[in-house]
Design a protein around this ligand. Structure first.
Ligand code: CO
Length: 208
């Protein structure tokens, strides 16, 4: 790829925006009030704003390998805290995707060096749902199911944070679990029963 093209693309993009709205960047420069926090995979095929048809200023984004919400990851925890407590987003979306390389790597036996610690969090999800996953004979289906269960567990991890618990009680913040199907482009709502999960885990994780 000729990296100069990126700058050419940027010039065209500016022209397109200004043609529709002459004060577009003036408005954008004033600040942000996104209503959504999106936590997704770093995979280049899963594009956050683009797949949701949203533009600049509409969604606060955090991406990492396999869309993980790890309580000891100060990067992710800072994003969640800032978006929920300060930007006061109304919805937090965890978006996994089929054919996720991170999830695949966690299903295989290989020493991947510095990645081991990160992938261990996904292996933990496998262990928690070992009975269900081991009962699935088709490897492809098992892989898809682990992608879904991983999204669910990351939603649970979000509910364990004080920021989310407080925002839920104060203004009815919602956590959603989604999967993007890279084979069709479809965004699938896993319809996670947020209230049920919250009730279940609050017994142990209640903070605020
Ligand atoms: Co991925």
């Amino acid at each position: 790829m000729d990296i100069d093209n990126v700058f050419k693309n940027n010039e065209s993009w500016i022209k397109e925006k200004l043609a529709i709205e002459p004060d577009y960047f003036e408005k954008l420069g004033k600040g942000q009030t996104p209503e959504l926090l999106y936590i997704g995979c770093s995979d280049s095929r899963v594009t956050a704003e683009d797949l949701m048809g949203l533009g600049p200023g509409e969604v606060f984004v955090h991406r990492n390998i396999a869309n993980m919400v790890v309580g000891t990851d100060s990067n992710c925890m800072s994003v969640v805290n800032y978006a929920v407590t300060h930007l006061k987003v109304d919805h937090v979306l965890v978006c996994g995707h089929y054919a996720c390389g991170g999830v695949k790597a966690a299903m295989e036996s290989a020493d991947l060096g510095v990645l081991n610690g990160w992938l261990r969090n996904i292996r933990d999800v496998y262990r928690m749902h070992k009975d269900e996953l081991n009962a699935i004979e088709c490897e492809e289906k098992k892989y898809d199911r682990l992608v879904e269960l991983n999204v669910k567990e990351q939603c649970v991890n979000l509910i364990k944070t004080a920021a989310v618990q407080k925002a839920y009680r104060e203004r009815g913040l919602k956590v959603h679990g989604w999967v993007f199907d890279v084979h069709t482009g479809k965004l699938i709502d896993l319809k996670i029963d947020f209230d049920k999960y919250l009730k279940d885990i609050m017994e142990i994780y209640h903070l605020d």
